[in-house]
Write a protein that binds this ligand. Structure first.
Ligand SMILES: *[C@@H]1O[C@H](CO)[C@@H](O)[C@H](O)[C@H]1NC(C)=O
Ligand SMILES: *[C@@H]1O[C@H](CO)[C@@H](O)[C@H](O)[C@H]1NC(C)=O
Length: 363
């Protein structure tokens, strides 16, 4: 079997690996191929053991993470130091689980907590976490919110497991200050047992003016798509699903090209039928030819590097250079979430207080 370095070279030769811009020199791209073999995450000192499933990098200096025990941290120096900036919680809310976060700057962020009934909440801050406002508390006993996503600082959705047979969405047009339940009449029927996963904050995502939802609980997991957040279609993902399995993360890099990862979180090393890709805006999904090394909860494209994306899970990280067709493991550390802002600034977060960074040196 070819070494990964040889593989990367072959992909380069075949034109699969594109330069970050039309003007980037060929040497830079070859440099990337040779770096891939030695990729690993550099951990940052968060000083906590909380599990961070919520990850929101803003720049190479600024990032927020949100997680267990009501913990929210922020760095403004690239991860060298972290500050605890979460909301003050009452005694009974100390165990609240934050599972998703969206941030726009050092000051503005929106966080989602999960749980039955009123434990599914949204809080916002506009002063860097000095103060938080609870702007949503679920009142529907059968709802359970999993993820939030924004396409602009104003417009976003949060998604809940099905209520009365349809995935429930709430929508904001003012940056999370107010939320409205979306009319479910344009949402396709959920199947019996179908639900979403609050594992990495990426069970709903947006790109190229479209929205995507990932589901599991059924086999295969499914991926819903919409151009307005109101009217939805759905496709089988090809990713194996079951009571603890399905699609955990769906990510598009533009209006057409997307990938999805998942698996069964009770079988963390299960490396079969856990990733798929699409080049037709999510209408059809094709199983990867070489799967990530285990259940993967999160994925991110690397903006600026065509066809390159990362996936993470409890048993390690993988990279694809061909838009999700073949994946290659590169680090065995546990993570739940990953997000790359550009080639030089990828962040990952997960259990044990782990927040890591990596970048591709393109110069
Ligand atoms: C999706 O998968 C289910 C379960 O295997 C199958 O019954 C159904 O026909 C599939 N739908 C399509 C459109 O292929
Ligand atoms: C990850 O673990 C596997 C199995 O233990 C090992 O073969 C591989 O070399 C490890 N990879 C890295 C990057 O540490």
């Amino acid at each position: 079997m070819a070494s990964f370095h040889q593989l990367a070279k072959a992909l380069l030769a075949a034109g699969f690996l594109a330069a970050p811009s039309a003007s980037a020199p060929v040497e830079a791209v070859e440099g990337l191929a040779s770096q891939v073999a030695g990729l690993s995450w550099t951990l940052t000192p968060t000083g906590t053991r909380a599990q961070f499933r919520g990850l929101a990098p803003v720049s190479d200096q600024i990032a927020w993470v949100a997680g267990s025990q009501g913990t929210v941290l922020r760095t403004t120096d690239g991860g060298a130091t972290w500050q605890s900036v979460g909301p003050e919680l009452s005694e009974e809310d100390q165990t609240l689980e934050f599972r998703d976060i969206q941030a726009w700057s050092t000051t503005e962020a929106v966080i989602l907590s999960i749980g039955e009934g009123t434990d599914s909440r949204v809080y916002t801050t506009s002063d860097g976490g000095e103060s938080w406002t609870q702007t949503f508390a679920n009142q529907e006993p059968t709802a359970f919110y999993n993820c939030i996503a924004f396409e602009t600082p104003e417009h976003g959705f949060a998604v809940s497991d099905p209520v009365d047979g349809h995935f429930r969405l709430i929508e904001t047009n003012d940056g999370g200050d107010t939320w409205e339940i979306v009319d479910p009449s344009g949402m396709v029927d959920a199947l019996p047992g179908e639900f979403g996963f609050a594992a990495s904050g990426t069970c709903i995502s947006t790109a190229g003016g479209r929205w995507y939802l990932a589901s599991g609980g059924i086999d295969p997991g499914r991926i819903f798509r919409s151009s307005d957040g109101l009217n939805w279609d759905v496709s089988n993902s090809s990713i194996a699903g079951g009571p603890a399995g399905g699609v955990f993360s769906v990510q598009f890099r533009d209006a057409k090209r997307g990938l999805a990862v998942g698996g069964d979180f009770t079988v963390p090393t299960g490396g079969l039928n856990n990733a798929a890709w699409s080049t037709d805006a999510g209408v059809t999904w094709v199983a990867a030819e070489k799967f990530p090394g285990g259940y993967r909860s999160g994925a991110s494209w690397v903006p600026g590097l065509c066809h390159v994306a990362l996936a993470v899970g409890p048993t390690g990280s993988d990279i694809t250079l061909d838009g999700g067709k073949t994946w290659h493991g590169f680090d065995n550390g546990t993570f739940d979430s990953v997000e790359c802002l550009d080639a030089s600034s990828c962040w990952a977060s997960g259990a044990g207080g782990r927040v890591g960074r990596l970048g591709f040196n393109l110069l």
